[in-house]
Design a protein around this ligand. Structure first.
Ligand code: HPA
Length: 234
């Protein structure tokens, strides 16, 4: 048990999928895992452990934003021995060729500020995905025929952005989409020498204003979960 995760030692698998939304953790566990059981409900941040194709998996909500994700990633790694952490989440599209429902696999994540800023100070550390997971996720997406983009994303600290100029610069520099967690996941994973990846579904688009209707979300998000699970055990 840790401050934020009420599970007992041994109740958390080495492979952890991390959606931002705890209810999506519940949905993904009920939809994709066998014998999923609730292992954490501290602060309502639900976590479930079960198996996928015989492999133990935990699906633990991370909350929104890098400070929240950082708490869960640190405790999962340091106290529960997690070795593979895959964020499954939504993002906003930032390129005209990136469509709603497309999947983005993040090689790297640019960010203005993260809980790791205090460590790096003036250094611009480049948070980067685990290559074996990235390669396996791309292969899984190609096999499924999911429209997928692989490249850089932007991990923002704010959803209601008062600096549209930053989004413009990200778009200009080829960044595929914006979300709020991946950069810190990659930072924490690097610090503890474990594997991390972010597999994202485009839920809205910054330029077109298009947004995924809520009834479409589950089906679209299902591809992302299957890609993440396949990559974890490739
Ligand atoms: N901005 C930040 N985070 C997001 C967005 C967005 O537009 N869409 C999904 N997560």
């Amino acid at each position: 048990m840790t401050i934020h995760i009420g599970a007992q030692k041994g109740e958390v698998a080495e492979t952890v999928l991390m959606p931002g939304d705890p209810y999506r953790a519940k949905w993904a566990a009920e939809t994709f895992l066998t014998d999923a059981r609730l292992v954490n409900e501290t602060r309502g941040m639900l976590g479930f452990t079960g198996t996928w194709q015989g492999n133990p998996v935990t699906i633990q909500g991370s909350g929104m934003g890098m400070p929240s994700l950082s708490i869960y990633a640190n405790e999962l790694i340091r106290d529960f021995g997690a070795k593979t952490l895959i964020r499954i989440g939504s993002c906003g599209g930032m390129q005209p060729y990136v469509g709603i429902r497309d999947v983005i696999i993040a090689m790297t994540a640019s960010t203005l500020s993260t809980p790791s800023r205090g460590i790096f100070k003036e250094l611009n550390f480049a948070p980067c995905a685990d290559w074996s997971l990235l390669r396996a996720a791309v292969a899984a997406a190609e096999k499924k025929g999911t429209k997928t983009h692989v490249g850089g994303i932007y991990s923002s600290d704010v959803f209601y952005d008062e600096r549209p100029d930053l989004n413009e610069q990200m778009t200009r520099h080829g960044i595929l989409g914006v979300e709020m967690e991946a950069a810190e996941l990659y930072n924490v994973a690097a610090r503890h020498a474990v594997r991390a990846l972010a597999v994202l579904t485009v839920s809205d688009h910054l330029q077109t204003g298009e947004a995924l209707p809520s009834e479409d979300r589950e089906r679209s998000f299902g591809d992302m979960v299957e890609i993440a699970l396949t990559a974890a055990f490739a």
